[in-house]
Design a protein around this ligand. Structure first.
Ligand code: ADP
Ligand code: MG
Length: 338
């Protein structure tokens, strides 16, 4: 690392830290490395291999007192498979590494594996290896996932084009509301249970990603892990673009709206900054949008030019709601507070 590279991680932020790590290696030519949902490694015979890895740490990503081991197993595999979906690829295999405290019993691991196997099996990903070790205190789970796609067809974050439409595959914010319900210990009626299920058992949008990637006019794609405020920014930065988002067009489920009304939560804040939806966020040409068969919602567009400096996301909407403060909106950063 750089000399004099002191300072706390909280001031560097998650992405500042990743930038420093990234600066230590050069990505070989023809390979997509750090900075997208997956690395893309060209293979012989017209295929590209996709690789990604994600870690879940007890106390940071989940509270073991609340999440059932089945759901934890499901979510560990699902969030990784989601990164393959984000490239428009097909998953092939996963590797699972577990650091487990001795307080857990074998039944816990069985249930964890039931959830892991159910979602992996649904999308055709075999478990091919991993590592198992004891942990003094917290559960730590790391999954690596492999996938594939025809050469050169992976949908990168850098592929957004001027005048593209910006779309998402489903209403947003349910998962973040589910997390808030868990943290605030609110009563779990049918609506709240549904939101919590969206948080604990996200569906990786593999089929949607494959279908979208079969259309040449679908350009940039990512999955929504940190909230569109942050994930759209990644697409815009990688593509050198600016987007205008119509706040009133951001889709919100009826259940989310009912629960937010009851508890006085702001559904837009949850939809924009909350994250963990694991839906797809993509850009496509106007002509493509009219013929897309994949269910989706248009939330904005890529502007023709980069008009000077200023925020990359221009939020358009009613200033009396959360929209008025959206200029500051960001998704989740693991090292920053507030
Ligand atoms: P995602 O939300 O899609 O999982 P992240 O925001 O976690 O992606 O990571 C952004 C990019 O940085 C990815 O390309 C990821 O592979 C890379 N990355 C994150 N942490 C590290 C690390 N410790 N070493 C190398 N690359 C990393
Ligand atoms: Mg991702």
């Amino acid at each position: 690392m750089q000399e004099n590279a002191g300072g706390k991680l909280s001031s560097l932020g998650e992405f500042g830290l990743i930038d420093r790590i990234r600066s230590r290696f050069q990505t070989p030519s023809g390979v997509v490395g750090i900075g997208d949902d997956c690395a893309v490694l060209p293979q012989r015979e017209g295929r590209d291999t996709l690789v990604s890895t994600d870690m879940l740490v007890e106390g940071t990503h989940f509270l073991s007192g609340d999440i059932a081991p089945y759901d934890l197993g499901w979510k560990s595999a699902a969030v990784n498979l989601s990164d393959i979906a984000a490239m428009g690829g097909r998953p092939t295999a996963t590797f699972l590494s577990l650091a487990l405290p001795a307080r857990l019993d074998a039944g816990w691991v069985e249930q964890f594996m039931d959830g892991y196997a159910d979602v992996s099996g649904r999308f055709g990903a075999a478990l091919l290896g991993g590592d198992t070790t004891a942990s003094p205190d917290r559960i730590c789970i790391n999954v690596a996932v492999l996938g594939e796609c025809p050469s050169g067809t992976a949908r990168l974050r850098s592929h957004a084009r001027s005048t593209d439409l910006v779309c998402v595959t489903s209403p947003l914010g349910d998962s973040a509301a589910g997390l808030r319900a868990i943290l605030e210990g609110v009563e779990r009626d049918a609506d709240v249970r549904k939101l919590i299920e969206r948080h604990y058992r996200p569906t990786p949008r593999i089929d949607e990603g494959l279908e979208l990637a079969s259309n040449l006019c679908v350009h940039a794609m990512t999955d929504i892990s940190d909230g569109i405020g942050s994930d759209l920014e990644h697409i815009l930065e990688a593509s050198g673009s600016v987007a205008e988002i119509d706040v009133d067009a951001i889709p919100l489920s009826a259940g989310l709206q009912r629960v937010c009304k009851r508890f006085g939560w702001d559904p837009l804040e949850l939809a924009v900054c909350g994250g963990e939806d694991y839906e797809l966020l993509f850009t496509c040409s106007r002509q493509a949008e009219m013929v897309l068969t994949t269910p989706h919602f248009v939330i904005g567009r890529i502007l023709p030019d980069r008009p000077g400096q200023g925020p990359r996301i221009r939020w358009r909407g009613d200033a009396s709601t959360f929209a008025g403060r959206l200029g500051e909106a960001r998704g989740f950063d693991h090292f920053k507070k507030g």
